[in-house]
Ligand binder design. Structure first.
Ligand SMILES: CC(C)=CCC/C(C)=C/CC/C(C)=C/COP(=O)(O)O
Length: 296
């Protein structure tokens, strides 16, 4: 004889248990929830006094209508019990996540899983821990400080108007990048992966957050800038693109970022170059900047 269906605590479900819930039905959490599976929630609710478990506020919200209405509909129950209980609006939204919501959660799960897998240099004892010093060297090659100082130094040495114009715009691009990344990091506030060691060379306070990767935005911005404004032989052009790509990858390998932080960083950096190109500073449209610099 098939054994009766049981809830997670081993209590039998069905008519005998109809004074409690019928877990797993779509209306009661078959679609998943932000705290834990609704299936488990309802099973737990069926055997505990309301309010006994305060681990999740959502639990309380869905608890009251369930208990007020007596029982959940069960196959074979009377017609008076057949109509589904009306849950509060916010619970219904939770229980029926949109396709977009499910897709985003899947993407997030894949992102976390992949980032953890790729974080092979996250610590000295990691599988590729011996590569960590090389990854950290790459990290410095994409850091804001060397790029800012290098650009300022070249500006001070440049003696052609054309060179100064390009460098002035590179400086503007780097500052714009710092500002936009800091704004986004402060807004999104996504924590760095748990396996990251916070041993980075000079950081700002927002750099405790990971979305988007500042190194990835800079890599995309600077490499697009160089490819558009420097005349380079093909092998050097390939090297610039490779540097940007490997720098992005190294962020995940070091455990500093999740894959989506870097992917979005590349996208943002690419977009930032378009902004810089659109607002291109020249002695014609920003004479003050160039005159001021000449007086230095
Ligand atoms: C002018 C000014 C505010 C300079 C600050 C330069 C600076 C400390 C930039 C921080 C660069 C950094 C550590 C970014 C973090 O990169 P992620 O790839 O880890 O997001």
């Amino acid at each position: 004889m098939p054994s009766p269906r049981r809830n997670v605590e081993g209590r039998p479900l069905g008519a005998a248990a109809s004074s409690s819930s019928s877990p797993g039905s779509p209306a009661h959490g078959g679609g998943g929830s932000s705290c834990s599976s609704r299936f488990e929630f309802q099973s737990l609710l069926s055997s505990r006094a309301p309010g006994a478990d305060a681990t999740c506020p959502r639990l309380r919200a869905s608890e009251s209508p369930v208990h007020r209405r007596g029982s959940f509909p069960v196959a074979g129950a009377g017609p008076s019990q057949a109509s589904p209980p009306q849950l509060p609006e916010e619970d219904r939204m939770d229980l029926n996540p949109s396709f977009l919501g499910i897709a985003l959660r899947c993407l997030l799960a894949i992102d976390l899983w992949l980032s953890k897998k790729l974080g092979v240099c996250a610590g000295e004892s990691s599988s590729w821990g011996s590569m960590r010093p090389l990854m950290k060297l790459l990290e410095i090659s994409g850091h804001g400080i060397p790029w800012l100082l290098g650009t300022l130094y070249c500006l001070s040495r440049s003696n052609s108007w054309a060179g100064r114009e390009v460098l002035m715009n590179l400086l503007f691009a780097l500052l714009l990048d710092l500002l936009l990344v800091a704004l986004l990091k402060g807004l999104v506030r996504r924590r760095r992966p748990a396996h990251n060691q916070m041993d980075m060379f000079v950081t700002l306070s927002v750099d405790k957050y990971s979305f988007p990767s500042g190194h990835a935005t800079r890599a995309a911005l600077v490499s697009r800038f160089i490819l558009n404004h420097l005349v380079l032989a093909i092998p050097l052009r390939v090297l610039v693109v490779l540097w940007a790509f490997i720098l992005g990858l190294s962020r995940v390998m070091l455990g500093r970022h999740n894959v989506t932080d870097v992917a979005f960083g590349f996208f943002l950096g690419y977009l930032q170059y378009s902004i810089v190109d659109y607002c291109w500073l020249s002695p014609q449209n920003a004479p003050v900047l160039f005159v001021l610099w000449n007086q230095q």
